[in-house]
Design a protein around this ligand. Structure first.
Ligand SMILES: [Zn+2]
Ligand SMILES: [Zn+2]
Length: 676
C-alpha cells in the first residue's frame, strides 16, 4: 500500500521532526490530529508500514470502545526526550511511545531492515567501509604499517571454496588484508590450527569443510567484501613454534593496526559458533523493527522500540548495568587490543552489527552515529592533578582517564596464562605511548600519570554474571599471580578487576565548582624505569622500587565489616581509642585475616565532591567536608596502605586508603621511602 493513500501519514509535515519544531513551546509539542485507531489498524493490516509501526506499540486496551472508533488519535512529541520520541494520545490519554531518529543527509544507504525483511549485513558493511575509507581523515593508515608473516588466500582456487596459507613475501606489501578477532574457547573446540607438522600442507590447500564455523564465516565475508587475504592467529602463526609465536605476538600491534578491517566474532564463545548474526536464544526479543520515511525533504527513521546502545550491545556499558561483560569476546584480555589497535572493526554482536573506527561508532539500527552521549552529568569527570589543568577533551586529565578506562576494561577480562598480563597489553601500551606521549611505561602505568596512577583499587566481585566455565565468582576474586610479575604499586601485580573511581568526580555538573588539591608533602623522587625500556616488561626487576617522600603513620584496622558495605571488603581504620579515622580497601581481602595494623601514606586530599562516594556509615554522618579555606586545604586525605617489606623504609602496597582525617598525620615528618 503506497504511503500517499495513508490518511494518518498525510497529516504529518516534515516540520514535526525538525529540531526546531518545539522551540518556544512550554508543552513538548503541538498535537497533530491523525485518524481514529480503528482506521489506523485497517491501514496497517493492508500493509501500510507507517501505521504498522504506530500500532506496534499502541496499548489502547484501557480506552472506552466508543472513543476508539470515533475520536482521532493525536501525535505529540514525547515529554521525556522530545528529540527522539513521540506519543499517541486520545484526549488526555497517551497509549504509545515510538522512537525516531533523523537520518543525516549524507547517509545515502536505502533503508536496510524494512520491517520484516531479512538483514542486509553485506550492504551495511560495504557502506561503512566505503564511508570510512573515502571520508574519514582520522582513519587513514599510518606510515608505520606492519605486515603479518603469513596470510590466508581466500581466493586461491577458482572453482572451489578452499583456501591456502601463503608467505607474505609472495604478496605485495601494499596488499590489503582482513583480520579476525575471536575466542578460541576450550581446547576441544580448537578444530584447526597450524603446527610445524602441518605447515607445508596448509600452504598447499586447506579444505573449506575443515574450517570451523567462525573461520568459514570470516572467509565468506572476506570474499563478499572483495578481499583476497585474511589473517587468523591460529592458522597464520605456527602454534608449536615458540620463536614464531613470540615474534608474531610482539607484532600484534602492527598486524591489527595494518589491517583493512577486523571482523570480531563478538558473541561466539568458541570457533564453532560463527560470526554471523544468529541469536542463541530465539525467544529473546530481537532488536526493534524500523523503517525510514520521507517527510518533505527530511528522512526520518522510526523504530518500534528504543534502539540498543552501542556499549550495551557490545557488553561494555560504561555504567556497568545489564549486559556488561556478557559478550564472550568482551571477556578475553587479548582481544581488547585487537579492537583498540584496529583501524576499523565490525563486531558481530548477538542482536546486530556494530561498527567502530577512529571517527565513529554505529550499529545496524543507527549506523550513522555514535550513540553514547559524551560526558553527560551522570558520567564522572576525571580529577585534575592541579589547578592549571582544565576539562578540555584532549587535556592531560582526559588522557589519564582514557588510560584508566582501558585499565579497568582490560583488568576485568580473563587471561588463560597469568604470565600474559603484560604481553597482552603491550601492543596497546606502545600505541598509547606513540600517540599520547605519556612518559615512561612502568609495568602498566605511565610516569606522567604519577602519583594519581597509584590510587587504584581492586573490585571485589559479588554478583556479576561472568562467562567463565569454572566457578565464575571464585575465578574472578582479586588475587596475586603465583610467580612475581610486577611491583606492588602497579595494578598489574594483581589479577582481578581494577577501578580508578577515586580519580574521577561524580555528581557535579558544574566543573567550575570542582576544587582539587596539589600533593602537599607528597613527592615521587625516583623510579626504576631507567632499568627497563620494553613494553612487555617481562623482565621487571623484582626490586623495582618507586622512591618517594611523604607523610606516613601506622593505624589499627577494625575487623568488623562495615554495615551496608555489600562487597564485604571495606575496613575501618581506627585510633587506639576506637575512633574511626578513615577507610581501607585491601587489595586482597584475605591478606588481612590476621593483620591488625597498616602504615598509611598520604598522597592527596580527597576532592570536595568525593563525599558523595563515601559510605555514609563510615563516620555515622559525623564527619562532613567543610568548604576549603584555600587550595590544598581539605579535611580528608587519600593514599596507600603499606606494610614493611624489609628493614629500613622499604614497603609494599597492600591497599588504598580514603577519607582519612588529616589529624592522623599530626606530628609526622615527611620521610624518604621505597615501595617495591
Ligand atoms: Zn497508514
Ligand atoms: Zn572511519
Amino acid at each position: 500500500m503506497p504511503l500517499l493513500s495513508c490518511k494518518a501519514f498525510r497529516q504529518i509535515s516534515g516540520n514535526f521532526f525538525s529540531a526546531k519544531y518545539d522551540n518556544g513551546q512550554a508543552e513538548p509539542s503541538r498535537p497533530i490530529p491523525l485518524t481514529p485507531i480503528a482506521q489506523a489498524r485497517n491501514c496497517a493490516s493492508s500493509g501500510c508500514p507507517f501505521c504498522t509501526i504506530l500500532m506496534a506499540n499502541a496499548d489502547p486496551s484501557f480506552l472506552p470502545e466508543e472513543v476508539l472508533y470515533t475520536d482521532a488519535m493525536t501525535l505529540k512529541r514525547a515529554m521525556i526526550d522530545p528529540e527522539q520520541s513521540f506519543q499517541l494520545f486520545i484526549g488526555m490519554d497517551d497509549f504509545s511511545r515510538t522512537f525516531f531518529y533523523r537520518v543525516p543527509p549524507e547517509w545515502r544507504l536505502p533503508s536496510l531492515a524494512e520491517l520484516d525483511k531479512p538483514w542486509d549485513e553485506l550492504t551495511l558493511m560495504r557502506t561503512w567501509l566505503s564511508n570510512c575509507v573515502t571520508k574519514h581523515s582520522k582513519c587513514r593508515q599510518t606510515a608505520s604499517r606492519g605486515f603479518p608473516k603469513r596470510l590466508l588466500d581466500v581466493r586461491a582456487f577458482a572453482s572451489s571454496n578452499d583456501i591456502r596459507l601463503v608467505e607474505s613475501q609472495s604478496v605485495l606489501a601494499t596488499t590489503k588484508y582482513v583480520t579476525l578477532s575471536h575466542c578460541w574457547g576450550p581446547v576441544a573446540k580448537h578444530l584447526i590450527c597450524t603446527s610445524k607438522a602441518t605447515l607445508s600442507d596448509r600452504m598447499q590447500r586447506i579444505q573449506f569443510e575443515d574450517l570451523s564455523m567462525t573461520f568459514k564465516d570470516a572467509v565468506k565475508i572476506c570474499r563478499d567484501l572483495d578481499q583476497k587475504y585474511l589473517w587468523i592467529d591460529s592458522l597464520c602463526i605456527i602454534q608449536d613454534d615458540g620463536e614464531d609465536w613470540s615474534e608474531q605476538a610482539a607484532a600484534m600491534a602492527s598486524i591489527y593496526g595494518g589491517s583493512y578491517v577486523t571482523l570480531a566474532a563478538l558473541s561466539s564463545a568458541d570457533s564453532t559458533q560463527g560470526c554471523r548474526i544468529r541469536p542463541r536464544e530465539p525467544a529473546k526479543p530481537k532488536l526493534s523493527r524500523y523503517q525510514d520515511f520521507n517527510f518533505g525533504s527530511r528522512r526520518v527513521r522510526i523504530l518500534e522500540h528504543s534502539p540498543t546502545y552501542w556499549h550495551s550491545e557490545y557488553g561494555d556499558n560504561p555504567y556497568k548495568h545489564d549486559g556488561y561483560g556478557s559478550s564472550p569476546l568482551r571477556t578475553r584480555a587479548w582481544t581488547l587490543q585487537e579492537r583498540e589497535l584496529s583501524l576499523r572493526c565490525i563486531n558481530f554482536a548477538q542482536g546486530q552489527l556494530l561498527w567502530q573506527c577512529r571517527t565513529m561508532k554505529g550499529s545496524s539500527e543507527l549506523p550513522w552515529q555514535e550513540m553514547i552521549r559524551k560526558h553527560d552529568d551522570s558520567y564522572p569527570l576525571p580529577l585534575k592533578l592541579n589547578q592549571r589543568e582544565d576539562f578540555t577533551s584532549h587535556g592531560p586529565a582526559f588522557q589519564r582517564d582514557h588510560w584508566y578506562g582501558l585499565v579497568e576494561d582490560y583488568s576485568s577480562r580473563y587471561l588463560t596464562n597469568e604470565t600474559d598480563k603484560l604481553p597482552a597489553l603491550a601492543g596497546l601500551a606502545s600505541k598509547f605511548s606513540e600517540e599520547q606521549n605519556p612518559g615512561n611505561y612502568l609495568a602498566g602505568i605511565w610516569s606522567d600519570h604519577l602519583p594519581s596512577a597509584l590510587l587504584w583499587r581492586t573490585v571485589p566481585l559479588y554478583s556479576r554474571n561472568r562467562d567463565q566455565p569454572i566457578s565464575p565468582l571464585a575465578a574472578f576474586l582479586p588475587r596475586r599471580p603465583q610467580a612475581y610479575r610486577a611491583p606492588s604499586w602497579s595494578w598489574t601485580s594483581i589479577d582481578g578487576e581494577i577501578s580508578y573511581e577515586s580519580q574521577r568526580i561524580g555528581g557535579c555538573d558544574d566543573t567550575s565548582c570542582i576544587f582539587d588539591s596539589e600533593y602537599g608533602n607528597f613527592k615521587i623522587t625516583g623510579s626504576y624505569y631507567q632499568l627497563v625500556a620494553t613494553f612487555d616488561t617481562l623482565g621487571t626487576p623484582s626490586d623495582a622500587a618507586l622512591r618517594m617522600r611523604g607523610n606516613i603513620t601506622e593505624l589499627e584496622i577494625n575487623m568488623q565489616p562495615i554495615e551496608g558495605d555489600f562487597t564485604k571488603s571495606l575496613r575501618r581504620l581506627i585510633w587506639a581509642d576506637g575512633t574511626t579515622v578513615g577507610a581501607f580497601y585491601p587489595d586482597i581481602v584475605d591478606d588481612f585475616r590476621f593483620v591488625r595494623s597498616v602504615y598509611v601514606l598520604s598522597i592527596r586530599s580527597e576532592p570536595f565532591y568525593s563525599s558523595i562516594q563515601m559510605p555514609s556509615c563510615l563516620y555515622g554522618g559525623k564527619v562532613s567536608f567543610s568548604e576549603p579555606a584555600s587550595w590544598n586545604d581539605y579535611d580528608l586525605r587519600m593514599g596507600l596502605a603499606l606494610l614493611r617489606a624489609r628493614s629500613g623504609e622499604v614497603y609494599r602496597r597492600v591497599g588504598l586508603v580514603r577519607w582519612l582525617i588529616k589529624e592522623v598525620f599530626d606530628g609526622t615528618q615527611p620521610v624518604q621511602l621505597r615501595i617495591v
